[in-house]
Design a protein around this ligand. Sequence first.
Ligand SMILES: [Cu+2]
Length: 283
Amino acid sequence: MTTMTPDAPEEPTNRPAPMHRVREWMSRPYARSIMILTVVIGFILLPLCWLILAAMNQSGAPASPIMEDIQTTIFVFTLISIPITAFVFAVLVYSLLGWKHVSGDEVPADASPAIRGNFVANILWSVITSLLAMFLVVWGLMELAQITANSYGTVSADEQPGGSSALIVNVTGQQWVWTFEYPQHDGLTSDILYLPKDRAVYFNVTSKDVLHNFWAVELGVKIDANPGAITQTGVTPNKAGTFNVRCAELCGLHHAYMQTEIRVLEKDAFDSWVRENGGQRTS
Ligand SMILES: [Cu+2]
């Protein structure tokens, strides 16, 4: 005959091991349904995302290395969000359609033990979500550095602002038009943004009245235009064509119409445009 000492309580033998509980949870009918729904919804979302990304390219983007980086980021983030979105929708759809009402407080006889408090499930949940969050942060910082380098840093000294081969454009926003001045070409001005292909361009951006935002859509350039201050950014257009400038800061009644064209021309065509419009190359 054995006797139990009071300080050594008997371990309950009916408590399943954590891994067993996870496996048991995965084999429950609703977990299987949610997994199947996740796969089905994921395959529905995949072509939809392709459509959205294709629509993004309709106007001719990307027209610069910056926009290429931005689109790669959108593409990668969209792709990795598909399984997560699909899982969330699967749980939602199953919760709406699959659960049945149980009256009273009694736990149904066929209910399995709750997954909450399970060590393996908690670790998996924490590790996977942390890895995902870390990936977003690291990717975001790397892309930001790359975009900043493409705006300012990766060109040789003579292509820096004030250098001999970079084109300087002074951008002025006012209610509700954009004006582009080319200080290296005798102060030539235009209300259409003409740019040469494959040459670094630096923008000095300002406003005459309220806050605007200079957005060269397909070039991936977007920077505030503030009255009384000059903001600077740069880009190297790498695709000839016609693109869009928009205002991206609500600036009054006709904000939505504060838009114009960008024409990225081959070098010779750009030089001809400068000559035909009276601009002299002064530096
Ligand atoms: Cu505006």
